[in-house]
Design a binder for this molecule. Structure first.
Ligand SMILES: CC(C)(COP(=O)(O)OP(=O)(O)OC[C@H]1O[C@@H](n2cnc3c(N)ncnc32)[C@H](O)[C@@H]1OP(=O)(O)O)[C@@H](O)C(=O)NCCC(=O)NCCS
Length: 112
């Protein structure tokens, strides 16, 4: 195993889910997070018929938010000091993508 990706349907009534990913350092920068994230979003919208998928990351985790931007997710907010990290309170970016944005992106149409 080189890593894992998690999708959690947190609110079935409103068809929303959050997801996360982590890979072993030896496999970073080879496109695996974008590949796995694409598969997760395809499942979320194409199989589970979700409406909105979101994720958060430490603002300092450039690799993580670049993955989300490559997946077509939009930065919606920056939460101040919302999580306790090893070095103290951290700020977090919130990213999300809607079903219609995913459909437009995967059919080759611009959505912005
Ligand atoms: C964040 C993480 C999942 C990225 O995984 P990855 O497989 O290396 O990502 P990809 O190879 O798919 O890269 C996607 C894009 O992000 C960029 N990127 C990845 N890591 C980066 C870094 N440390 N700094 C800057 N850019 C980075 C890549 O260059 C690529 O962009 P490009 O195609 O324009 O070059 C991985 O570093 C990791 O597992 N980190 C530890 C756990 C973690 O932080 N999980 C996320 C918690 S929110």
């Amino acid at each position: 195993m080189i890593g894992s990706v998690r999708l959690e349907v947190v609110d079935p009534t409103h068809r929303t889910a959050d997801f996360g990913y982590t890979f072993h350092r030896a496999y970073w920068r080879q496109g695996y997070a974008v590949e796995a994230g694409t598969a997760i979003l395809a499942t979320a919208f194409g199989v589970l018929d979700l409406h909105r998928v979101w994720a958060t990351c430490d603002v300092r985790n450039v690799g993580s938010w670049r993955v989300m931007e490559k997946l077509g997710m939009r930065r919606e907010a920056t939460l101040r000091r919302d999580r306790m990290a090893r070095d103290g309170w951290r700020d977090s970016h919130v990213y999300a993508i809607l079903a219609e944005e995913w459909a437009a992106a995967t059919s080759g149409r611009a959505v912005r």
